[in-house]
Design a protein around this ligand. Structure first.
Ligand SMILES: [Zn+2]
Length: 369
């Protein structure tokens, strides 16, 4: 026989219809009347029928892809009939079934697995793919991203054109050992700050320039910022602070997904902070650049002392230190290197340009307003 009165849901509306269910060898046949009271028949293939096993008193089965059609069968003999009609066939999704009824061991296992996957992502996959992707991003994109961040920043900043020219002339006298085009913009601001953008732009605030006392300090600062450029630190720091948005792209190592998010957030490039590890790398670059140019590495030590000595006096001083955290380790590292340095020479050209930068700075501060 294998015929049952059932409630049928078509998956489109929530209303049920009374229907007849017939169990055939390869499928179930459902016969019901539609809105126009015409008889309809639908066919469910056996391999796509699943039993809901949520402990409901009613036996509910659904069919195919979402939105599911489903039937409710109240007939108490139905489950036994199924076993007879289709021996060896299990309508319940076995894995699903085990999780729901397998008790605490299965649940504990799942929780442990989830924690393991998160740890794997947070400590292994994300950092590695971030570094990998930062390396894969093409130079042309890097320049565009940096340019974008620069344009956004400059809409609210005022350039000190004279000192920009002089600082660029200063930088041209140095060999930074890079093929990134290094371009420096000095902006008028009391903030003691400087930052590097992807692609080679560096923004130097007059507040920091005014506090520096020598050509060597400026050379040290430029070496440090160029270090951030060379190692693509701003892209890495940007990726780190956007990691929630980049989750899927990082997981898939999807460069295009990552670059789209970075470009959308280019305005944050002027306000990134670096990890201690990246700061240490930039310091190493600065020391190497100073050495290559026969400039005293004590310039970097003096720069740190300037920042450290002034820190706390005015809130503006915290800006550079919060984006480039200065630790005792960094100071000690630079001191040790400077103490061992050989071959430094006084560079008269740099000194002359530095004096002009200082003179311009004094003129600026004498201007009214
Ligand atoms: Zn830094």
């Amino acid at each position: 026989m294998y015929e049952y009165e059932v409630k049928y849901y078509d998956g489109q509306s929530s209303r049920s219809r009374n229907a007849f269910l017939l169990l055939r060898d390869s499928h179930w046949q459902l016969i019901f009347r539609d809105e126009n009271d015409e008889e309809q028949s639908t066919r469910w293939e056996i391999d796509q029928i699943k039993q809901n096993d949520m402990g409901s008193a009613l036996n509910t089965f659904h069919y195919g892809d979402f939105p599911h059609q489903s039937v409710e069968i109240e007939d108490p003999t139905f489950i036994d009939d199924l076993k007879q009609k289709y021996p060896g066939l299990d309508f319940v999704n076995k894995n699903y079934h085990r999780v729901l009824t397998g008790g605490w061991k299965v649940m504990a296992g799942l929780v442990a697995l989830t924690i393991l996957l998160f740890a794997l992502f947070a400590f292994v996959i994300a950092p590695n793919s971030a570094a990998l992707i930062a390396g894969q991003i093409p130079r042309s994109f890097e320049s565009k991203l940096g340019e974008n961040g620069y344009q956004v920043f400059m809409t609210t900043a005022e350039e000190d054109a004279k000192r920009s020219l002089l600082v660029n002339r200063f930088a041209k006298q140095m060999d930074f050992d890079t093929d990134y085009p290094i371009r420096i913009t000095v902006v008028e601001s009391d903030e003691v700050n400087a930052f590097a953008l992807p692609g080679g732009r560096i923004v130097l605030f007059s507040g920091l320039l005014d506090k520096m006392g020598s050509a060597e300090e400026l050379a040290g600062l430029l070496g440090h910022e160029v270090g951030h450029v060379k190692h693509r630190h701003s892209i890495k720091a940007q990726m780190r602070s956007l990691s929630t948005y980049l989750f899927v792209s990082l997981l898939l190592s999807d460069v295009n997904g990552v670059t789209a998010v970075l470009m959308d957030n280019a305005k944050m490039l002027s306000n990134l902070s670096y990890s201690r590890k990246l700061e240490h790398l930039a310091d190493e670059e600065a020391l190497a650049v100073l050495q290559k140019n026969h400039i005293s590495q004590s310039g970097l030590v003096d720069l740190f002392r300037t920042l450290q000595g002034e820190a706390g006096k005015e809130p503006e001083f915290l800006k550079f230190l919060s984006s480039h955290p200065l630790t005792q380790d960094r100071l000690d590292f630079a001191k040790k290197a400077a103490a061992k340095q050989r071959g430094e020479q006084e560079n008269l050209e740099l000194k002359a340009i530095w004096e002009r930068i200082e003179t311009e700075g004094k003129k600026e501060s004498e201007l009214p307003g």
